[in-house]
Design a protein around this ligand. Structure first.
Ligand SMILES: *Cc1c(COP(=O)(O)O)cnc(C)c1O
Length: 393
């Protein structure tokens, strides 16, 4: 008979915390955006089993809604259990074999993350760069494809670190001409910016739940074209990441319904509602709403004499990078907005740290009212702030 020794229960981490209460915030930064209240209601339903026929049916609805949102017929379209970065890693893990040449077009923070991931999966990574705030031209892309002849070309559609929307015309054709797969980050475009994955010839794409879809963070939509599936099936070895292996995941999301991992069922309730609300509004309407509210923000900032980083024709409707005016402590103003008005805007990342604010108008938050609230604060409180900070300095 074995015995189990009991010890006096240590009390040093035994704290009497009150029950949770969360401050009200208006999230106008680079993400997350506020969740739609209908999505929050869906999240609060009691969970069901991940193989319950009700849930299995819901999975099919999520996949169909995602295909609509992305404008793709890809069979293998599903939300990864994880955030956008998990889905990003899934595109790399499933498509890259050791020694594959991967060309990454880097024009901001998230391009670097793609290159880092491809390197970790032992690709031979090549990069082309553009300064933060610019987009690649078709000529630059073609020259790089000719020079490097990669098997995968990866780029970010909506670069959240800079506010640039990469024009997509012709890129898919080049990837076919030079026989490589096209991998596209659509994290800050899905739901807010026109996306036509199949017409653009995109082979691998991913997104997240918490930006344009206005569901809390936790799921990473992923899709792979038949062309990229062929590369996956021809792999010499296993996908080196068990959790993100779509050939295993497809046994659960496809017709077999074999257990892979316990799906975060409530998150899928949430994204189902988020995607349903998007399809109810209609993609064209959602895209137009984002465009109109962004233009309202841009013209309001213009009339306040505040500059934006990106040329208007390349600006993202979901995220605007605003140049911090001379003499203003950008960080102090964002803290003021958060502490005194409950409004979150973002600061700059990487090359743009301390130089820009990042204002997100994503999904549920892209409204005229939110734009006007923020413009009013820039109008009335930014000047007082300037005198406060410059007299203090
Ligand atoms: C937010 C973001 C990601 C990462 O998504 P997470 O949900 O934070 O993991 C990747 N790419 C871009 C362009 C993003 O904006």
């Amino acid at each position: 008979m074995t015995t189990q020794t009991f010890f006096p229960v240590a009390q040093n981490h035994h704290k009497a915390f009150g029950s949770l209460s969360v401050p009200k915030r208006l999230l106008l930064g680079p993400g997350p955006s506020n969740a739609n209240p209908e999505v929050l209601q869906a999240l609060a339903f009691p969970p069901v089993g991940h193989l319950d026929p009700f849930y299995v049916h819901l999975m099919g609805e999520v996949q169909e809604l995602l295909r609509y949102a992305w404008q793709t017929d890809n069979r293998l379209t599903l939300p990864m259990s994880g955030t956008g970065s998990a889905a990003m890693e899934a595109t790399i893990a499933n498509s890259v074999e050791v020694g594959d040449k991967v060309l990454v077009a880097i024009k901001g923070y998230f391009g670097h993350r793609l290159a880092d991931m491809a390197d970790r999966y032992k690709a031979e990574v090549k990069t082309i760069g553009k300064s933060w705030g610019e987009a690649f031209t078709l000529e630059e892309i073609e020259l790089a494809l000719i020079k490097h002849r990669p098997s995968i070309f990866a780029l970010v559609h909506a670069e959240t670190s800079t506010g640039v929307c990469q024009p997509m015309d012709g890129i898919g054709d080049l990837c076919r001409k030079y026989d490589c797969l096209l991998l596209l980050d659509t994290v800050t475009s899905l739901g807010g910016v026109p996306l036509f994955l199949d017409s653009w010839g995109v082979d691998l794409a991913y997104s997240c739940s918490q930006k344009g879809l206005s569901c809390p963070p936790g799921l990473g939509p992923f899709t792979i074209s038949p062309r990229a599936e062929e590369k996956l099936h021809a792999r010499k070895g296993k996908v080196p990441n068990w959790y993100l292996d779509v050939s295993l995941l497809n046994k659960y999301w496809g017709s077999d319904r074999v257990y892979h991992h316990t799906a975060p069922v409530n998150m899928n309730f949430g994204i189902r509602e988020a995607l349903r609300l998007l399809s109810e509004e209609g993609l064209e309407n959602a895209w137009n709403r984002h465009k109109m509210n962004a233009e309202r923000l841009w013209s309001g900032l213009d009339s306040l004499g505040i500059q934006m980083l990106v040329d208007e024709d390349l600006r993202l409707p979901t995220l605007t990078t605003v140049c911090i005016p001379e003499g203003i402590d950008g960080k102090a103003f964002t803290m003021h907005l958060l502490n005194n008005h409950g409004i979150e805007i973002g600061g700059g990342l990487g090359d743009l740290a301390g130089k820009v604010w990042r204002i997100g108008l994503m999904g549920y938050n892209s409204t005229q009212e939110n734009v006007d609230t923020l413009l009013n604060l820039f109008d009335t409180e930014l000047p007082t702030f300037r005198s406060k900070t410059s007299s203090a300095a």
